[in-house]
Every structure is written in C-alpha cells, then in structure tokens.
Design a binder for this molecule. Structure first.
Ligand code: ADP
Ligand code: MG
Length: 340
C-alpha cells in the first residue's frame, strides 16, 4: 500500500528510498517468512500479494483482528517480546471465545525505525507463541510510523458450532475461567498505583504481560456453553456486552467471583474485588451454560489440566447486569476507549 502524504523520492535522492525498501524486504525475509507453525494447509504463505489456505470440508472460518498501540495497550518502554506476545495472545483469546481452533495469522507491523534487535526479539516471541498454538504466519505488512501492531488471526470450527455472545437465556448460569483482576493489578503494580512484593508481585505482573489464551477451554465449550465472550474490558462490562447481545439480563454475585491469593495479598479484599469486576486485560472466558448441559460442564471441569472455573451468577429476564454484594447492589463500570 502506498502512502499518500509521504514525500515521494525524486531522482535526485534515490539512495534513501532504496535503503529503506531493502530494509523492509530484508526484515520480512529474515524474520517473518517462516514464522510460527509450518502447516500443510498453507498453499501459499509469505511472499506473494496474498496467501492461500485450504479450509477443510465441513468447516467454517472464524476471523478476528486486534490492534495494540504503543502508549495505549502497552507502555512505551515495553519489551518487544511482551509486545509480540500480547499482540498475538489477544487474538488467540478472541478465537478461544468463538470456540475456534487457531490456524493462521497475518501481522501488520508499524515501526518508528528498522531497529533490527527489536524486530529480532519481537519476531522470536511471536513465532514461539504461534508455534505453541499451531498457528502459521501467512502474510502481513511492514510500514514506518508510530509503533503499533495489528494481528489478524483465523481459526476453524465445524460448521455451525462456533460459540457466540448471543445465546444466553434466563436460567443459564454464568461462569468464568481463571482469576479475573490479576492482570489489571499487574498493570497497577507496574505503574506504581499498587504496592506489592516478591512472588505475588511477580505472579500478577506476569498475568498482565503473559495472559494465557484459553483456547483448549473454548474448544471444549462447543456444544456446552450457550454464550461466550473473552474478558478484555472487565468482567462486569463484558458480561454487560454478552447479555445485551443475548437480549437478557444477569445477576453477578460478587462473593462468588474468585480472587487469586496474590491479588488478595497485594490489594486487600475490597480493592481486589474492584480489580476483578472492573479491571481489563484478563483474557479469561466468561460463558453461560443452560441447565441441560451442566453435567457436561462438570465433566469438563474434572478433566486433568482444566483451569479453575467458577460460577459467578445467573442469567435473568430483563436487561443489564445487576452486581450484588450480599443484599446490596453495586454500580460498576469497565474500560471504554472512547469514554472519559
Ligand atoms: P505488497 O506490496 O504486495 O503489499 P509487501 O511488499 O508489503 O507486499 O509484502 C511482501 C510479502 O511479505 C507479502 O506476502 C506480505 O504478506 C508479507 N509480509 C509483509 N510484512 C509482513 C509481516 N510483518 N509479517 C508477515 N508477512 C509480511
Ligand atoms: Mg502486492
């Protein structure tokens, strides 16, 4: 893609443009041509105008995209490995929430300079996470500008079996995987808004920097969950999204929301609950299960290696999320990029 406003090189100054172009192609060739998993369903990968992949018979393609921007989604001094991890992990989390098996990704990388050390570390971390989830990097774009990373990830589901936000019905129970609030507390620790030492501090910061996409759990929830969303803007806000799309309401019981030992130790009960309800960046799965599927869920929860899963409320008729602590009703809000 050409940039309109960029100063075009004139014949009097060909060298800079040539060096810049060579830099771009070299970077792609060296770091992104054989990145991630090698998959036999990639007919044509990096190197042409587009990639070609094979979608197996009886499957649908699930496509997600997310951008992380320097200064908004990660601090300006973030390690390149952490930036790469986050950029891909948040997309894998979206695929998990759809119940999709990750397969392919594209990477649009905007860099202020062609700092090769930075790119090398970034590319190594990106490729390692992609391999772990058997994702092949099949294309992308490399441009100059303020640092930002857009990843598009693609996954597969057997036809008609993807999880959606829209299927929750009154009577369904609401569950969350893992330990919401940890990541927001980790960010608060990094920014000096929260104090904490030792192993607890390390655990919370790691939960912010290295969220574990719940891909396995998303696959298992196909045919069990009536609705599913991943928690990126905060538990209460994302439950609000789910019930709004489903055309129902929910009661969220604060006492039932799990708090990790580390979060409790660093933040104390009241603040820990605030992080768990309103903090973002958890990338846990929030889902609903109808009565008829509860025994299947119990069997999944008993499987070895299953993450902690807690029932935190129920779907009711009506609209909105009522957050209850004992007999009190609390007002909470999540993170919205466009709201002050
Ligand atoms: P075009 O000018 O046709 O858009 P590019 O020169 O931008 O092509 O890219 C050349 C090839 O390298 C394409 O196959 C593209 O998908 C791939 N590519 C560019 N940047 C990246 C990247 N950061 N990661 C993966 N593939 C990339
Ligand atoms: Mg082209």
């Amino acid at each position: 893609m050409q940039c309109w406003t960029a100063r075009r090189p004139s014949y009097a100054e060909p060298s800079t443009a040539l060096i810049e172009m060579a830099g771009e192609f070299e970077l792609i060739d060296r770091y992104f041509t054989h990145s991630g998993a090698q998959r036999s369903d990639v007919v044509l990968g990096v190197g042409d105008d587009g990639a070609i992949v094979n979608i197996p018979e009886g499957h649908e393609l699930v496509v997600v995209a997310d951008t992380v921007v320097c200064g908004v989604h990660f601090p300006t001094d973030a390690e390149p490995a952490d930036v790469a991890y986050r950029a891909l992990a948040v997309n894998l989390s979206d695929l998990a929430a759809m119940g999709a098996q990750p397969a392919w990704a594209t990477l649009a990388l905007t860099l202020p300079t062609a700092d090769e050390m930075w790119v090398e570390t970034f590319a190594g971390a990106f490729s390692a996470l992609a391999r772990k989830f058997e994702v092949a990097l099949i294309g992308g774009d490399t441009t100059r500008g303020p640092l930002s990373v857009t990843v598009q990830a693609m996954g597969l589901v057997p036809r008609g079996s993807a999880l959606r936000r829209s299927g929750a019905r009154p009577g369904d129970l609401v569950y969350v995987t893992g330990w919401p609030g940890d990541a927001a507390a980790g960010l608060a620790l990094l920014q000096g808004r929260l104090g904490g030492q030792g192993a607890d501090r390390g655990w919370l910061i790691r939960r912010f920097q290295r969220p574990e996409p719940r891909v396995d759990w998303g696959l298992r929830l196909r045919g069990v969950a009536s609705a599913c969303i991943d928690v990126s803007d905060g538990l209460a806000a994302d439950l609000g999204q789910l019930v709004s799309v489903s055309g129902v309401g929910a009661v969220l019981r604060v006492e039932s929301v799990p708090l990790s030992r580390a979060l409790y130790a660093c933040a104390g009960e009241e603040r820990a609950r605030e992080f768990a309800l309103c903090g973002g960046d958890d990338y846990e799965l929030l889902f609903t299960v109808p009565e008829s599927r509860r025994s299947e869920l119990a069997a999944l929860m008993a499987l070895p290696g299953a993450p902690a899963v807690h029932c935190i409320g129920e779907i009711v008729a009506g609209s909105g999320v009522r957050v209850r602590l004992g007999s009190r009703e609390l007002a909470v809000r999540g993170f919205d990029h466009f709201r002050p």
